[in-house]
Design a protein around this ligand. Structure first.
Ligand code: HEM
Length: 494
């Protein structure tokens, strides 16, 4: 028997065992086996690329917390809050998850919070991110990227009447922006020639592989990895490319620093100064920072533009708010208006529109944790020590019990209270940036950058969606559209 046949049979065996286990559990539920197969499991297998919609149906049919194959799957917001915040001391990334996402090395995303190294790294990064000089450097970098790359590229595309994939454009924007902020070096991926973006493509392969690793049995992906088969073979090549790119940029940066000609307000300069010889530390820190800041932000922007294109009311409200903010601004007379961090700070409706779009399409739409000790979740589900718990933010953001009967609709208004402020009580059911000690360290920066981009595009350009299937998503750990968001743009003034 060939190796590939052995693998297929092992996989089928695993699926059968899982089904058997399911049927045992279903005896206790009201669903018949037929209903279960037709309503949930079959679509899950056949609609691999529509997995979020199918997972939503699964939870709606079986309940908000479902044990599957020895793991707990939950979308219950109280459970998620409990795992991430109230009972954080029991939270662990788990050794096998760390191995599964080995691309992150010993970077912040991957270190178990019980290790002193996590505290130390978090402290160091927090210090640098909150440093005044870095903050103004980062804000300037983003403004320049909008002014000198995003706007000229959109003007060029508008003039040429070209169709462009907005998702690809935002990825290029985000990579240029984060490389520049992290190293002080801009790879200029966002330019009218649209150069090959091999780094982002390699990250795509890596994220696809991680998703496969989460789905197939551990023994199978490890066997594939040791033989460099299929996705594991592609993963291996992609990791080499990522490591080489980071190594090359760090080498240039170190040389420039030694000659005294480098920008030094960027994120990595202090780390290079203090950890110059520790290449592994610098590589891991760099990869974690680039990934944290790039893929998530571009995903957030893409879904936002898709939703706004479907809602003339939301678009009109955003434009009204922008008009109100710039009515005091002398530069209104200039041809193109680029919005900076200060301009967008008080744009509450725009802020609400991003909260709403990320509620419906969270960039990090699922996550995994590991219980260090036995636990009972707020909904009464028991979790044995060392059990993996997978949380599904895509589904928790759509629960009708929490968000109302219109939970699938894009309504930024739901976030704003009578005083015109963002409703704090909704924030406690919204985990897009995580909550608790492991919450996102770039949340404010992400909001600020996304709002700058959105305000600048919406104010200066018309964006018409030409082609998009929002239900067909990429196999990735970050929520991307499989075929992108194809649009035509035209300049409003001039
Ligand atoms: C829309 C944009 C973003 C979203 C949705 C997002 C979401 C998240 C989420 C869900 C986590 C928790 C991951 C986990 O523990 O499993 C996280 C962690 C983190 N994020 Fe973000 N993020 C975004 C942008 C950024 C940016 C721009 C930066 C950096 C400048 C950043 C830096 C970090 C860091 C350093 C962590 C690790 C925190 C820790 O584990 O202690 N993020 N983010």
């Amino acid at each position: 028997m060939e190796l590939s046949q052995i693998l297929v049979y092992s996989f089928l065996l695993f699926v059968s065992m899982t089904l058997l286990w399911f049927f045992k559990r279903l005896k206790k539920s009201q669903l018949s086996k037929d209903q279960f197969i037709f309503k949930t499991l079959a679509p899950l297998i056949y609609n691999y690329h529509h997995v979020n919609e199918v997972t939503t149906t699964l939870f709606e049919t079986v309940g908000e917390t479902v044990p599957i194959g020895g793991k707990i799957f939950t979308c219950n917001p109280d459970n998620i809050e409990h795992i991430l915040r109230s009972n954080f001391s029991n939270d662990s990334k788990g050794a096998d998850f760390v191995e599964l996402v080995d691309i992150f090395g010993d970077g912040l995303f991957n270190i178990d919070s019980h290790l002193p190294q996590w505290q130390a790294e978090k402290r160091m990064l927090n210090y640098e991110l909150s440093f005044k000089d870095f903050k103004s450097f980062a804000a300037n970098v983003s403004l320049k990227e909008v002014e000198t790359a995003l706007v000229p590229v959109l003007q060029h595309l508008s003039k040429e009447k070209c169709v462009v994939d907005l998702q690809d454009l935002f990825l290029r924007f985000a990579y240029d922006n984060s490389f520049h902020m992290i190293f002080g070096i801009n790879p200029n991926l966002l330019s009218p020639s649209f150069p090959e973006n091999v780094f982002a493509e390699a990250i795509d392969v890596v994220m696809e592989t991680i998703k496969c690793r989460l789905i197939v049995p551990v023994t199978i992906w490890k066997l594939f990895r040791s033989l460099k088969l299929r996705w594991e073979g592609r993963y291996c090549k992609a990791v080499k490319l990522i490591d080489k790119t980071i190594h090359d940029v760090l080498t240039v940066k170190k040389k420039e620093m030694a000659k005294g000609v480098a920008t030094t307000n960027d994120l990595m300069s202090p780390f290079i100064r203090s950890q110059g010889e520790n290449d592994k530390f610098l590589r891991d820190m760099t990869f974690n920072a680039i990934f944290a800041a790039s893929d998530t932000t571009s995903s957030g922007l893409t879904w936002f533009f898709w939703l706004v294109s479907q809602s003339p009311t939301a678009k009109a409200n955003i434009l009204d708010e922008i008009d109100h903010v710039i009515s005091f601004d002398q530069s209104k007379t200039s041809k193109i208006k680029v919005f900076n961090q200060e301009d967008v700070k008080n744009m509450i409706y725009l802020h609400a529109a991003f909260c709403e779009s990320m509620r419906l399409f969270p960039p990090v739409y699922m996550n995994q944790r590991y219980a260090a000790k036995d636990d009972v979740l707020p909904d009464g589900s028991t979790v044995k020590a060392h059990t993996k718990v997978r949380t599904f933010l895509y589904v928790s953001g759509r629960i009708k019990r929490i968000w109302g009967e219109d939970s699938n609709e894009f309504k930024p208004e739901r976030w704003i209270n009578e005083d015109g402020k963002i409703r704090p009580e909704l924030m406690s059911k919204w985990f897009i940036f995580n909550v608790g000690p492991r919450s996102c360290m770039g949340r404010d920066m992400a909001f600020s950058n996304m709002k700058m981009v959105a305000a600048t595009i919406l104010y200066n350009f018309n964006v018409e969606v030409v082609e998009c299937d929002p239900t067909y998503t990429k196999q990735s750990m970050v929520l991307f559209m499989e075929n992108g968001l194809k649009v035509k743009t035209s300049e409003k003034i001039g």
